[in-house]
Ligand binder design. Structure first.
Ligand SMILES: C[S@@+](CC[C@H](N)C(=O)[O-])C[C@H]1O[C@@H](n2cnc3c(N)ncnc32)[C@H](O)[C@@H]1O
Length: 282
């Protein structure tokens, strides 16, 4: 069957958003690394296994997977962002992980061999699919029989303190565009019934969704975190729609809102929630 590519996502992640993630991969990793333990525990990667990391970005979880497989296995990161993959390759080389490799492709259409992988993982790289049925079927196809899936996808929007803080600026910024549960965007899999239906529809079995939450580090303090958030792809898009004085007000108000989450002398940490989706290929 011929499936369409994810053109809008390719544009975003090869444009400003992907460049921001690549340039600040250490900061984005600090935002999301709190979810690594549940993800890797669920994936239960063993020495010698072959792992596919879907939407791997700058490859933080691909490198963790490669450490788990050891040199007798391999970890392949798949992503449609050129800037993020360039960073991923540099970082894997710096860590001497020769058995971690990266491929530029769209998970909906990129040709993957049948039954090639023992495990497919993803840290927030499976929720942007324009055609999730195609993407998950494709991922299932590339797993060996008995192969496992462990994916993280964003859960309820209200469970994300960064988004609640941004939404507090709705009277001066056109906050939106993050999507809503079930719709396109980062919350496409926020309804666990939708997420598990996609995995079941892909022919996977033992499908489960476990609610997990983690704190991520967003900055050295509230002002730093506000700048980071407003300079990211979505933040910059919001600021571009208002005049300079409103941008300044937005920075001040976001800093004030984030200060509530800050204890002096510690980094600014915010809670996020996710679904840990697990399944097995028959
Ligand atoms: C939120 S970022 C997460 C990146 C990385 N997994 C991490 O945890 O740092 C989402 C990633 O999914 C990738 N992505 C989105 N749609 C994709 C698709 N159809 N195929 C492959 N990658 C995709 C983006 O390019 C981006 O790198």
């Amino acid at each position: 069957m011929q499936h369409a590519a994810n053109t809008a996502q390719a544009e975003a992640w090869n444009g400003y958003e992907g460049t921001h993630w690549a340039a600040h991969q250490d900061r984005w990793n600090a935002v999301n690394a709190g979810f690594d333990t549940p993800l890797l525990t669920a994936a239960a990667i063993r020495a010698g296994e072959h792992v596919l990391d879907v939407g791997c970005g700058a490859g933080a979880t691909t490198r963790l997977a490669a450490r788990a497989t050891g040199p007798t296995g391999r970890a392949l990161g798949l992503d449609l962002s050129g800037p993020m993959l360039e960073r991923a390759r540099e970082l894997a080389a710096l860590e001497g992980l020769d058995h971690a490799s990266f491929v530029h492709g769209d998970a909906q259409v990129h040709p993957l061999p049948e039954g090639a992988f023992d495990v497919a993982i993803s840290r927030f790289g499976v929720m942007f699919f324009a055609d999730p049925a195609a993407a998950f079927a494709h991922i299932a196809y590339t797993l060996r029989p008995g192969g496992r899936v462990a994916f993280l996808s964003a859960a309820d929007p209200a469970g994300n303190e960064w988004l609640t803080a941004l939404t507090g600026l709705s009277d001066i910024l056109p906050v939106g565009g993050f999507g809503s549960p079930g719709g396109p965007g980062m919350f496409s899999l926020a309804d666990p019934a939708t997420a598990t239906a996609h995995l079941t529809g892909a022919g996977l079995t033992d499908v489960r969704a476990e609610h997990v939450e983690a704190y991520g580090t967003w900055g050295a303090d509230a002002a730093d975190a506000a700048d980071f958030l407003l300079d990211s792809g979505p933040g910059r898009h919001l600021l571009a729609q208002v005049d300079p004085p409103t941008r300044t007000t937005a920075r001040h108000r976001l800093t004030a809102a984030l200060t509530r989450h800050h204890s002096p002398g510690t980094p600014l940490r915010l809670r996020s929630t996710a679904w840990l989706l697990t399944a097995t290929r028959r």
